[in-house]
Design a protein around this ligand. Structure first.
Ligand code: ADP
Length: 396
């Protein structure tokens, strides 16, 4: 079966057509500037990327553009739309309603809508994608795969905040966690690669990308994760601050005569390694290069980032009373040997020794600790689209 995986944002729509047997991406790409003017990127299998300016007045037009490309005479990859057996949608927030993926029905759409206020920037866009696909592929079953679902196994010790209880009871303010599809995919693979027994395993996944989070996974279930009610909590990220003293918000607001929304904008878009590097870049490639050239801000930003990753690993070792293996994944985790080496330099107490030769690897599955390390560390590439496709096939 071919599964169309859709990740819909407010003005963009990422897609991949995945063959469920070979698990290869038959085609992939992105529609950008949807509702503005429209830019369409399409890549058939191993072929060349095609980028065109195409007017896309809304997400329905974007989906149409994708479907037209998939069956195009010269660069299409399928003969007819009948070959699409299912559509898998990434949905950011499933609140407490969704602890696993579900086949999309009218009731499910309503329940997702009810989670909108927990992710006002993301869920409405995800729903627009669902609606657009429903119109274009009315007979094809669709599945919603939630970023939060994998972490619904956390117990109240891990998900409750130290706030008046009414905020949880009335507004559902609690830790939800994100990147669940990736944490689930990578933790399962890590258990396999490390030769562990899933039902007797303790692993930690460091998903380090533009957005970053760490999770503790015991016996295949998420027991804790660093993102919270929103993806702002936890690690320092590309442009997000991650954890801080909440009093800082009022302090900045007073100093700079800013509203709460303006301060939140600073914390979401102007902080993280971008802010710490004095606006040099949120991209670790730029930061590593600048560090090598002696830029003290860039060097400090990367050091502080790695230190925070190591601190989270330590706290999750405590939460699980041990750890068997640790994985680094996503853009930074898979590619940045500096961050991995710095993080592992704090983990000697776990009996982890870095293998510097293997740590030079990029984007491939490999053990980066020495073979005799007590706890093993690996690079495990993530593949959220494939994870969504697998969930979709399993449900339809
Ligand atoms: P997103 O959260 O947007 O999905 P990704 O997981 O794709 O992010 O990670 C993107 C980030 O990965 C980039 O911003 C960059 O910091 C980092 N990255 C990508 N390639 C490299 C590389 N070769 N070396 C270091 N960092 C890299």
């Amino acid at each position: 079966m071919k599964v169309l995986v859709i990740n819909c944002g407010s003005s963009s729509l990422k897609y991949q057509l995945i063959d469920s047997v070979t698990e290869a991406a038959v085609a992939s790409g992105i529609c950008e500037r949807v509702g503005i003017d429209g830019r369409f990127t399409y890549k058939p299998g191993d072929g060349e990327k095609i980028i065109t300016d195409v007017e896309m007045k809304d997400h329905s037009a974007a989906i149409q553009c994708v479907l037209d490309a998939l069956i195009h005479e010269s660069y299409g990859v399928i003969k007819s739309l009948q070959e699409i057996g299912a559509v898998g949608h990434r949905v950011v927030h499933g609140g407490e309603k969704f602890a696993s993926s579900v086949v999309i029905t009218d009731e499910v759409v309503k329940a997702i809508e009810e989670c909108n206020e927990l992710a006002p920037l993301h869920n409405p866009a995800n729903l627009i994608g669902i609606d657009a696909c429903k119109k274009a592929l009315s007979e094809v079953p669709m599945v919603a795969v939630f970023d939060t679902a994998f972490h619904q196994t956390m117990t109240e010790e891990a998900y409750m905040y130290g706030l008046p209880v009414k905020y949880y009871e009335e507004y559902k303010i609690r830790r939800y966690g994100f990147h669940g599809t990736s944490h689930s995919f990578v933790s399962k693979r890590l258990v396999e690669v490390a030769g562990l027994d899933l039902n007797d395993s303790k692993v930690i996944v460091c998903h380090l990308g533009n957005g970053s989070s760490v999770s503790a996974v015991k016996n295949g279930k998420s027991v804790d994760t660093s993102m919270g009610l929103t993806p702002l909590e936890g690690l320092i990220m590309g442009t997000r601050s991650g954890d801080l003293d909440p009093a800082i918000i009022e302090f900045i607001a007073k100093k700079e005569d800013k509203t709460i929304s303006e301060v939140m904008n600073v914390l979401n878009k102007e902080s993280g390694v971008y802010g710490m590097s004095n606006r040099l870049s949120s991209d670790f490639r730029d930061l590593d290069k600048a560090s090598n050239e002696g830029d003290v801000y860039a060097k400090r930003a990367v050091k502080v980032f790695s230190y925070h990753v190591a601190k989270y690993i330590g706290s999750y070792v405590a939460a699980m009373n041990g750890v068997d293996a640790i994985a680094f994944t996503a853009g930074v985790g898979e590619n940045d040997h500096v961050v991995r080496a710095q993080t592992i330099s704090y983990l000697g107490y776990l009996g982890i020794q870095l293998n510097p030769e293997n740590n030079k690897a990029r984007g491939k599955e490999i053990m980066i600790s020495t073979p005799d390390s007590k706890v093993k560390a690996y690079i495990i590439p993530t593949n959220e689209e494939l994870a969504i496709a697998r969930e979709t096939v399993a449900l339809v």
